[in-house]
Ligand binder design. Sequence first.
Ligand code: ZN
Length: 133
Amino acid sequence: MVITIQIISEKVDIFQTVKQIPFPDVQQAFNGQQTYRSKIICPFHNERSPSFHVYEDSYYCFGCSEHGDSITFVAKLEDLKPLEAARLIAVRFNLPVDRIPTAEEQRRFNEQQRNRNISQYCINMLLIFLFFT
Ligand SMILES: [Zn+2]
């Protein structure tokens, strides 16, 4: 998949960048389910027949009413803040993220990382180390 990104200024808005990825691709990358007739089994509640509708830029579950876009999907799935989720998506799709986090974002991010369980912590830190340093 090739994504063309218009870099308007030096500060690329990571949210805008990530939203250029079609939601089905994000779902596939993070949840791994094959979409069948635009539906999958909802990852947020227990069900046998799929009621989670996958759209090009969003999702809606008719079973539990969960809805949103790629960022809310990954945030909920991975228990992350929206900015962290956006960064994780950008990393997974090799998008250029040249926006340096503010000191406050970095501080909060570090704080949350510390509170997270150790395996998740290691994975995230490794990703950050690999892609953001
Ligand atoms: Zn659901």
